[in-house]
Design a protein around this ligand. Structure first.
Ligand code: PLP
Length: 345
């Protein structure tokens, strides 16, 4: 039977099938966070070292998606990071996106409509075929939160390259379980609180170096300097040359928990996580009589499912009236079998 990956590190209180809503922290992350909070409460230390984990997490994220850390910015939300991109595209930019897309990717572009930025929506699987000379930006989730559908990354990146279209990817539901090479896309943003099992407030955005100069760092403050400890006071404007010019000052404690978690993900390896998560998802699908798929998220229509799971204390979600279960490192085959048993009861 498949057990959890690194089972000693996670302590779910029951069967937890809702990583697509939020992921659970491994013990070293929890311990590091408690220690930092304790230091904070007691005023025991200075603060500078609370910035270090943000840098470690940036470097881990960069390795996970195969780009240099200088091309990764950190912030607090995907919408905030994507907002920098949307606010910087030229007037009249024509954006293409899937018709059921999460608003953190859409709203930042929709609020630019007053300057002629337009958004055209098409069914997700038609996205690659719709990329053509009348598109300037294609923006999409690598994995859809409402369906679990994995985007055809190869077809989209090929079509975009052919027509010189800027690619903006929300990888929040992907990074942590799906291998994704960020260098294939202009922008890849992801929040860390789901599959990267970090606290909310830890978001990342990789940006292709050629695009960096076009982005106006409207949220720049002391942390957007090359060495934040040297950019406390006064003009002139002195931003980092790297993507950290798009950083916002870190929510210290959140990053204290993020860094050890990403280190563990690197240690386990994303390929092992893909195999584990998708195998559990497919075992669950098989139990429901569904065809196998390539996703760690399973949507299903079992009647009364949400109520049955709630009574059994199994955590899952309902999206668009359908049951959404998501399978990650701390889940096991016994979670699958228990859930199937509850649903068939
Ligand atoms: C695909 C996707 N993107 C982004 C987010 C979070 O967005 P934000 O960081 O703007 O809160 C979520 C949360 O459900 C999501 O599913």
């Amino acid at each position: 039977m498949t057990g959890a990956l690194m089972p000693d590190l996670w302590e779910p209180a029951g069967t937890y099938l809702n990583t697509a809503s939020y992921g659970l922290p491994p013990r070293p992350a929890w311990d590091a966070l408690q220690e930092a909070l304790d230091d904070w409460r007691g005023g025991r230390t200075s603060w500078e070292h609370w910035g270090t984990p943000g840098e470690e997490a940036r470097a881990s994220f960069a390795r996970l998606v195969g780009v240099p850390p200088e091309t990764v910015a950190i912030g607090a939300t995907v919408s905030g990071l994507i907002g920098l991109i949307a606010a910087s595209v030229p007037d009249g930019t024509r954006m293409l996106a899937p018709d059921v897309e999460f608003t953190s990717l859409l709203f930042p572009f929709l609020v630019q409509q007053h300057r002629g930025v337009s958004v055209r929506l098409v069914p997700a699987r038609e996205l690659p075929g719709e990329i053509g000379p009348d598109v300037d930006v294609v923006a999409f989730s690598a994995v859809q939160m409402a369906s679990g559908e994995v985007a055809d990354l190869d077809a989209i990146s090929l079509a975009a390259a052919e027509h010189d279209v800027m690619t903006v990817v929300d990888a929040t539901q992907a990074i942590g379980w799906l291998p994704l090479h960020a260098s294939r896309f202009d922008v890849v943003a992801a929040h860390g609180y789901k599959w990267l099992m970090s606290p909310r407030g830890t978001a990342y955005m990789s940006i292709r170096p050629e695009r960096l100069g076009d982005i106006v760092p409207t949220t720049a403050g002391w942390y957007a300097g090359e060495d934040p400890l040297e950019t406390f006071f006064g003009p002139p404007l002195r931003l980092a040359d790297s993507a950290r010019r798009l950083d916002t000052s870190p929510a210290w404690f959140m990053w204290v928990a993020a860094a050890p978690t990403l280190a563990i993900i690197e240690e386990v390896g994303v390929e092992a996580i893909t195999r584990h998560d998708v195998a559990l998802a497919n075992r669950f699908r098989a139990g429901l009589g569904l065809e196998p798929s390539n996703s760690a998220i399973v949507m299903s229509d079992a009647p009364g499912a949400a109520e049955k799971l709630a009574v059994a204390g199994i955590q899952a979600a309902v999206r668009g009236g359908r049951l959404r279960t998501s399978w990650h490192v701390y889940n096991t085959e016994s979670d699958v079998d228990r859930t199937l048993g509850v649903l068939s009861g």
